[in-house]
Design a protein around this ligand. Structure first.
Ligand code: B12
Length: 250
């Protein structure tokens, strides 16, 4: 049991959220780890730590990049800090479903190396019971086509985070058509700059989803399985979030 002095020095939940946000933005790996440990020791929800502090921090990093306050090295440091936190959250996350309800091939489109959003979608899809075949980043249309031919998935998911790589969604859909595979698979598209109109009307996808929960819900709908996306599945997370910054050394 903690004595009064020790307990008075513990950070409050509010201080942990704020500290996690600030230190993730600043890429302070040890501080983010320490705060994550403190939060978990106090029984805070790992999913809330992810959604209420870590992901908003990445959004702030993007904003600062946009205004010229941050450059690529700063973005990478923030990614590293987030990875450290996620490594700690992982063991606490829920186990994924045993039985596959469908197969999904996922990838980030050609020219694009952003994979955090895609990996979060994979986590939710796996948590919902899908088998996910992840093609990684910078995925050429031919690679998507080959994977559809080989794995015969129910769903193909494409992630794009750059306005310059969004057109690859349409290019890939056209490549599927050319290979006479378009009718064999439902195509989902997403990523920060992608909209419903861009994905469906302009690029020929079957659906767009704004986030990982919506992706799992839509995927279930597409394979005819009723029910909500599992809330705790985000938990299955970390596996992917580890991969997410896979090329960032700790
Ligand atoms: C981290 C980051 C990086 C990291 C990526 C690390 C990694 N492993 O992913 C690094 C440093 C490598 C990087 C590099 C670059 N980046 Co960057 N990056 C970011 C940042 C800060 C966060 C992106 C992110 O992961 N967000 C978190 C996730 C969770 O986002 P999300 O949108 O909520 O994800 C959900 C949905 O999108 C959806 N979803 C995602 N994928 C899919 C797929 C499907 C099928 C479905 C249905 C749904 C879905 O579900 C997700 C989960 O809920 C953003 C800024 C921002 N706020 O977005 C800039 C940002 C995306 N980057 C940007 C730029 C310009 C670059 C560089 C060109 C910089 C440079 N000059 O070199 C390079 C490009 C490299 C390349 N060729 O890809 C710009 C893009 C501008 C634009 N509109 O094109 C942004 C917006 C920054 C900015 N404000 O200017 N970047």
């Amino acid at each position: 049991m903690l004595d009064a002095a020790a307990s008075a020095s513990l950070p409050t939940a509010e201080e942990i959220y704020q500290g996690l946000f600030d230190n993730t933005v600043l890429g302070k790996v040890p501080d983010v780890k320490a705060l994550t440990q403190a939060g978990l020791a106090q029984g805070m929800d790992p999913v809330k730590l992810l959604y209420d502090a870590l992901l908003p921090a990445l959004q702030e990093v993007g904003r600062r990049f946009e205004t010229g306050e941050f450059f690529v090295p700063e973005m990478l440091m923030s990614a590293r800090a987030m990875q450290g936190a996620l490594n700690l959250l992982r063991p606490l996350l829920a186990a994924k479903g045993e039985k596959s309800i469908g197969k999904v091939v996922m990838g980030t489109v050609k020219g694009d190396v952003h994979d955090i959003g895609k990996n979060l979608c994979n986590i939710m899809l796996e948590g919902a019971g899908f088998e996910v075949i992840d093609l990684g980043v910078n995925t050429a249309p031919e690679k998507f086509v080959d994977a559809v031919r080989t794995h015969q998935p129910h769903i193909l998911g494409m992630s794009a985070f750059l306005t310059t790589t969004m057109p690859m969604i349409k290019v890939t859909v056209e490549a599927l058509k050319k290979a006479e595979l378009r009718d064999t698979v439902k195509v989902l598209a997403g990523g920060a700059p992608v909209t419903d109109d861009y994905a469906v009307r302009l690029s020929g996808a079957d659906a767009y989803c704004p986030d990982a929960s919506a992706t799992a819900r839509k995927a279930k709908e597409l394979v005819g399985v009723a029910g909500e996306a599992p809330g705790g599945a985000l938990a299955v997370a970390v596996k992917a979030v580890e991969q997410m910054m896979g090329n960032v050394e700790e």
